[in-house]
Design a protein around this ligand. Structure first.
Ligand code: ZN
Length: 297
């Protein structure tokens, strides 16, 4: 097993407020991080920067994703307990490693997920529990929903909404009173991580669905911490993500486009400030191009 950097203690975690009732627990994008020769999922998670969130009102909290290790989950939990939270529930954004590895830290809480997330965890249990590093044991959700689920956190209304983008089982959190969206991995900055290259048409449909909602601001599980500390992303990130996916599909017939670096590939959106450059996304982009040009969807 390769040694993760920094050690799995979350000592580089940054905790900040993105909105009056929304806390961000960000770790990664650490200066001086060595590039692993064969990166594990955890190296990717640190490189891209990974966040969990908590919607907090008084003593009630809704945690959105349990972070990339049990140590991180424990830090999230301790922080919430330290500010007086006595009731915690968890919502899972989707089934991927860097979002579920901390579930064991919340094993005594209600863990809410889409039914497709529970199924994907079961279907991928062996690879998750036997991975590098392993997520063992996988802690399963205890409450399932389909399509939408309305909750209140203290006095705050929160809606879980199923969005098929990045992963077929995506759950985003929408706060109808403020228009704030916690987007999970349906959107990322600098660009989306293509995990289901044969399903890009469905993912574009998921983006169209989100674009129809009255969103004011967006927070990302893999986003720029400075942008989030300043309140988050504008809804224009949704169209920028769709543009990126459409361009990826064009790479099948345009080798010169496929050969571009990420910074050149999304140069217009970088210049416009819609996207922000993070060099850890260069290998993600190369992998995206390779995956998309080898499928026909
Ligand atoms: Zn992720």
């Amino acid at each position: 097993m390769s040694a993760p950097f920094p050690a799995l203690r979350g000592e580089t975690m940054r905790i900040f407020r993105a909105a009056p009732n929304v806390l961000v627990f960000f770790d990664g994008r650490v200066a001086g991080q060595p590039h692993a020769e064969v990166p594990t999922w955890l190296d990717y998670a640190y490189g891209l920067g990974t966040s969990s969130f908590a919607i907090v009102d008084g003593s009630d909290a809704l945690v959105y994703d349990t972070h990339m290790s049990i140590a991180h989950a424990t830090m999230v939990r301790r922080h919430l307990e330290g500010i007086g939270v006595t009731r915690m529930r968890v919502v899972m954004s989707h089934w991927h490693t860097d979002h579920v590895a901390g579930n064991a830290g919340f094993a005594d809480c209600q863990i809410i997920a889409h039914a497709l997330t529970a199924r994907a965890l079961e279907d991928n249990r062996a690879s998750l529990e036997g991975g590098d590093p392993p997520i063992f044991p996988i802690v399963m959700p205890t409450r399932l929903y389909e399509d939408r689920l309305a909750l209140t956190v203290g006095a705050i209304a929160v809606e879980l909404r199923h969005v098929d983008c990045h992963s077929h089982d995506g759950t985003v959190l929408f706060m109808p009173e403020t228009g704030l969206l916690l987007a999970g991995d349906t959107l990322e900055d600098t660009v989306t991580y293509v995990a289901e290259p044969e399903r890009l048409a469905e993912h574009l449909g998921g983006l169209r669905l989100m674009a129809s909602w009255p969103i004011s601001t967006i927070l990302l599980n893999h986003g720029d911490p400075q942008v989030m500390a300043e309140g988050g992303y504008p809804p224009s990130l949704i169209a920028a993500t769709a543009r990126y996916i459409e361009r990826l599909r064009r790479c099948r017939n345009e080798p010169s486009l496929a050969a571009l670096s990420l910074s050149a590939f999304v140069a217009e959106d970088l210049a416009a400030g819609t996207l922000h450059y993070c060099d850890a996304y260069e290998p993600v982009h190369r992998q995206n191009v390779a995956l998309v040009t080898s499928t026909t969807a």
